[in-house]
Design a protein around this ligand. Sequence first.
Ligand code: GLN
Length: 243
Amino acid sequence: MNTHSSRTIGVLALQGDFQAHAEMLRECGVEAIEVRSADDLQRIDGLVIPGGESTTMSRLCDRYGLWEPLRARVEGGMGVFGTCAGLIMLAKNISGGTRNFAQSTLGALDIDVARNAYGKQLDSFEANLDLKGMPQDASKAVPLHAVFIRAPRIDRVGEGVEVLARHNDAPVVVRHQKCMGAAFHPEIAGDTRLHQLWLDSLQSDAPSTAESASESAPSKNRATRALQSTLSAPAGAVAEARH
Ligand code: GLN
């Protein structure tokens, strides 16, 4: 059962794994639409920014004039969930030398991230995470399976930003009110709990707990398909972005 069905959630669909996120959102019971324009942004109650390649997404936002309408919606209180490259798009700062060109970000989460800090594509890894707020009931205590692909490392977490999960002590899921970020690809492992947790936070101004995010256990493994397709940008988009 879900309580989200009247909401329309956008997935930024410039590049990256946006289709898989839209599928996850539909599994959670919301309407999911692809967002590519300022007009699309007006139709949604929340936005997912997928993993992919943040430099490409950033350039495409420059090119299509999306930063201003995106910032306006976020400043107006719209919730955003950024994963991997999407987390980078939400960060306040990109650490040290890991910023490419004048790569803009939304700055909606007071965190610093280092791009590609866990290594290259071949250093991709999977891990089981304990998500804060996960129910204590042992029968439901299934860890969250997380797939990290050229993941960003969260180097600093500002005041008021909650850390919901860590991997080897580093924060990998963070949240501030309706804005949440994950350093990995939650759309890959077939587990909707993180999406549900974020959708719950849209219900009210106060951050929610994970109670209602506990109902669905991981169902299927989409890792292989996603590992191969996630990072391959639509050829046209990349070619355009490079100009
Ligand atoms: N390394 C990519 C970036 O910097 C993110 C990788 C991903 O989203 N899987 O944008």
